[in-house]
Each structure stands twice: as C-alpha cells, then as structure tokens.
Design a protein around this ligand. Structure first.
Ligand code: ATP
Ligand code: MG
Length: 428
C-alpha cells in the first residue's frame, strides 16, 4: 500500500496504549488479582502470545465466532509455520500443561494474565487487543471446584469494591445429552424458519445452541420458547448442577439460572457461568472436561474462567468519578451563621471528616444544589433561624450512598453536630 510520509503514524485500530495516568488503576487491579489468586492457592503460568493456529482450531472449535472470523492468523514468512496471536488462553495453558506433564502428580490450580487478540469491530468494552485474567483448575471433577472458582471471583469483586455484579449459571450437560437436545432445537427453529435472522439460519445446522445466545430483539421470543437443555439431562449431570447450586447457596452467593447461557466455545460441558454488570459480561467461565484429551493429553477434567480486564477497569473508573469527594457540605447565609459554620466545620475536621464550606453567597436553594452536586453525604444548613435557636439543620443527601435518596431535615444542637455526623458516618 502506498503511504504518505506526512501522514501521522498511529497505533493499530482497536489496540490501545495504556498511558501512565491509567497505571494506578491497572496496578490496583493487578495487585488485587495476585492477592486473591494467592489466597486460593492458584499459581501463575505464563505462556507465549503466539501459538500454532491448529491449537486454537482444535481447542476452541471450528464453528465458533473466534475461529471463524476473529483470529489474527498468518504464515511465518521465514519458515512457513501457521501461527495465530492468542484470542484466549485456555487452549495455550492446556497445551503447556500437557507438554510439561504438569498433571503428573495430581490436580493443578493455575492462573494467568496478559493480552489477547481478536479481530472484532472495536466499540465500548470490545477491542482488538484486550486483556484477560483467567484461572484454570485441572484434574478435578467438581462441582466443589466450580463453586471455588465462583467464590474466587466474588472475593475479587469484593476486594475491588465493585458495585453488585450478577452471577448467571447454566449447565450444558454432556455431549450425548446435547445431541438429543440439538435435534429438538433444530426442529423448533425449523418450525419457525420464517422468524430466523441470517445469523440463526447460518448456525441452524452448524451450531444451533448458539442461536440461544442471540441479541437480536426480534428473536427473543423464539429463543425463550426453545426446548431447554436441562430437560434432556441425565441424573449425573443434574446432580452436578444441583450440587453447584447447593454450594453457592450455602456460601450466600446469589445467582440466576439462565437456560439461554451457552458460551461461545465448543469444548464446554456441565457448568457454565457469567458475571454481568450493566449488560456487559465481565467474566465468563465453565467446565471443559473433554478439552485436555482433545488436545492430546491423558483424559482429565478442567474448569476455568476468563475476566475481561478492560471491562472491570471501566467500572472502577466510573465508580471513582462518582465517588463522593467530600463528606459534608456546609450551606450558610448571614454573618452570624458564617461564624457558626466555620466553627462547626473545624470540629468536624478534627474528626477527620472532610468538609466543603459553601463560599460566594447565593440563595439557600442554589447552595443546596451545589451541596447535591458535591457528592457529599450530608448538608449542614445554617441561617438566621438556626443561629437564633442554637441549632444546625442536618440533611442526609444520599441514603446508603445513593444520590437523590435524601432524608428529612433534622435540627441538632450546635454543640452536638460534629458528634451527630460522626456517629452516622461510622454507622454506615
Ligand atoms: P462476547 O459474547 O462479549 O463476545 P465472548 O464469549 O467472546 O464474549 P470470552 O471468550 O468468554 O468472551 O472472554 C471472556 C471475557 O473477556 C468476556 O466476558 C469479556 O469480558 C472479555 N472479552 C472478550 N472479548 C473481548 C474484546 N474483544 N475486548 C474486550 N474484552 C473482551
Ligand atoms: Mg466474542
């Protein structure tokens, strides 16, 4: 391609620079991950970014989005090898475990982090180079280990102070059970062939299970009414799924069963799960018992997950922006009120409460607007009336951290305002 030497050089579309300003956030995330992995006795493994293309074709599946259209694959001009940038890392970790015989003395709990590459249309939360953190437990049949991985995720969300993330779980049963379901599924979709979109028609015979994953609004009814895999499961698969649910309940992990959760990769069986925030999946995982043997190892079960790092960081970023920067905003009008306000603010600061004093005058109404916008949890209001009565009016601006959920205004004797606020802040 002809290139204009005056044209500025730019990075590859969908591949981001992570600049120093973002580093504290990445560091915080990476430290939390390392801490949690250590707490669950998972050990880090680092595998190459390039692998033989056939590893992903065999390990992810030929009729998956990733292998069909998202891989950066090329032929090494120097030796003719067919290579791909890794689009995910379960296949690479399994390859390494087999190659180095890591399961020789029993099960392994491993984790990794690093960049992954998929040729997708860049948009919010979707890049061509992105990062994943993943964990893989091999040689264990579960459902205890499935639950452990979910608890590990929950602990990470807690350590990062994420707002509530929804856990969805489902079971994909075993291959034979899926085959029976598949026939019913194809019959269902064929009976409504006129309602299928192009994507669904393409998948009807190659990967009909994936049609359940459709985001097309026009297809939701058809997908919801499709035969459910759970009705095709034998006793053993059902027991595994029920065992997982029992363990999650016993550990107070809320979850929702989503019969349409199928995940994109071919090798999953039994447990699949996703953590969702604001409509975006931040973590997906599941069991892949057939995979190790499929890639040439001695048969051994496996289960794991991958977290989309950029998607989690985006939540953290948003939260930092909305985090209250001050605890208390002082609204005051009149000379006497100002003196009382200054005194009151100093006493609060003695208690390490951060206080923003309104300056520059203005009506109570406009000052209250500022108070709301400041993110403060409380407003203290002082005017002539309050001063005459020796009190301050205190108003909670955000109940339970929730903006807009303001409480009533209460009168508190001036001398007790600092204690009143401190007690409430400690009580939260
Ligand atoms: P989706 O349905 O969003 O395409 P997926 O099934 O392809 O997801 P996985 O292969 O399960 O995703 O990857 C695990 C996680 O990695 C996803 O849940 C998401 O958080 C993240 N992820 C996947 N693809 C991208 C991407 N292109 N850019 C950023 N994050 C991604
Ligand atoms: Mg995808």
């Amino acid at each position: 391609m002809a290139s204009n030497k005056n044209e500025p050089l730019r990075g590859v579309r969908g591949m981001n620079d992570i600049l120093p300003a973002d580093e504290p956030l990445w560091q915080r995330f990476e430290d939390a991950v390392a801490g949690v992995m250590n707490a669950y006795a998972y050990r880090r493994i680092r595998t190459p970014i390039l692998e033989h293309t056939r590893l992903f074709v065999r390990g992810i599946g030929e009729v998956t989005d990733i292998v069909e259209k998202e891989m950066y694959s090329f032929t090494d001009a120097l030796n003719g090898e067919h290579l791909s940038l890794r689009p995910e890392n379960t296949a690479g970790v399994v390859r390494s475990v087999i190659e180095h015989n890591l399961l020789y003395d029993g099960p392994r709990r491993l984790w990794y982090t690093g960049p992954m590459f998929r040729h997708e249309r860049p948009q919010k939360g979707r890049y061509r180079q992105f990062h994943q953190v993943g964990a893989e437990a091999m040689g264990l049949t579960g459902p205890d280990i499935d639950a452990e991985l979910i608890l590990l995720c929950q602990r990470l969300w807690d350590d990062l102070d994420l707002p509530p993330v929804t856990l969805e779980i489902n079971t994909l049963g075993q291959a034979a059970e899926r085959a029976a379901h598949r026939a019913a599924l194809i019959a269902h979709f064929e009976a409504h062939a006129d309602q299928l979109d192009e994507d669904a028609r393409r998948r009807l015979h190659s990967n009909p299970l994936r049609i359940l994953d459709t985001k097309n609004p026009a297809m939701q009814g058809l997908a919801d009414s499709a035969p459910k895999l759970i009705d095709f499961l034998g006793a053993e698969s059902l027991a595994h799924f029920e065992g997982l649910q029992r363990l999650l309940k016993s550990q107070n992990i809320p979850f929702r069963i989503n019969p349409r959760l199928v995940r994109g990769l071919d090798y999953y069986n039994l447990t699949v799960f996703e953590w969702i925030f604001d409509g975006l999946t931040i973590c997906g995982g599941g069991r892949y018992d057939p995979l190790i043997e499929m890639l040439g190892g001695k048969p051994a079960p496996g289960v794991g997950f991958a977290i989309g790092v950029e998607r989690v960081l985006e939540i953290l970023r948003r939260q930092e922006q909305s985090a209250p920067s001050v605890d208390v905003y002082v609204v005051q009008q009149g000379e006497a009120a100002l003196e009382a306000a200054l005194q009151c603010a100093e006493r609060l600061r003695d208690y390490a409460v951060s206080v923003q004093m309104h300056a520059g005058g203005g009506s109570f109404k406009s000052q209250m607007k500022r108070a709301d916008g400041s993110g403060a949890a409380y407003a203290i209001i002082l005017g002539d009336n309050e001063v005459a009565q020796g009190v301050a009016s205190v108003k909670a601006l955000r109940e339970g951290g929730q903006a807009g959920a303001s409480g009533a205004q209460v009168s508190v004797p001036m001398a007790q305002v600092a204690d009143y606020i401190r007690e409430r802040m400690l009580g939260q």
